[in-house]
Design a protein around this ligand. Structure first.
Ligand SMILES: [Zn+2]
Length: 115
């Protein structure tokens, strides 16, 4: 398995795995666009280590101004205090933005050193 790493970077969403422990036993919570839930963010929970990994978060225009988030920047998730790399910022409505996140490599290193 020489190109294992290449495969995971090429296609990160087709097969989710926990960035913290590597487990593929994860439960995805998708963003509820119009459904009964008012879940505005999308994330998955690892069944092995129970860590939460955010994939995208929704912000309104005012929050975006205050947060000054932009692609290539860093986003600190307020609940878990985990820092993410912002891969993309997408405007999806008059007053709504989606921030696409990827956990920072150094954050993962720190977390696994602490456990
Ligand atoms: Zn895990």
């Amino acid at each position: 398995m020489v190109n294992r790493q290449d495969q995971s970077t090429e296609n990160p969403s087709s097969e989710r795995h926990c960035p913290w422990c590597g487990s593929r036993d994860v439960r995805l919570v998708t963003r509820g666009y119009t459904g009964p839930t008012d879940e505005t963010d999308q994330y998955f929970v690892c069944n092995a280590c129970h860590r939460v990994t955010y994939e995208l978060v929704a912000k309104n225009a005012r929050e975006m101004r205050l947060g000054r988030w932009r692609a290539g920047g860093v986003y600190r998730e307020p609940t878990t205090q985990i820092r993410y790399h912002i891969s993309r910022v997408l405007k999806v409505g008059v007053n709504e933005f989606l921030i696409y996140l990827r956990p920072l490599a150094e954050e993962i290193a720190e977390e696994s050193a602490a456990t």
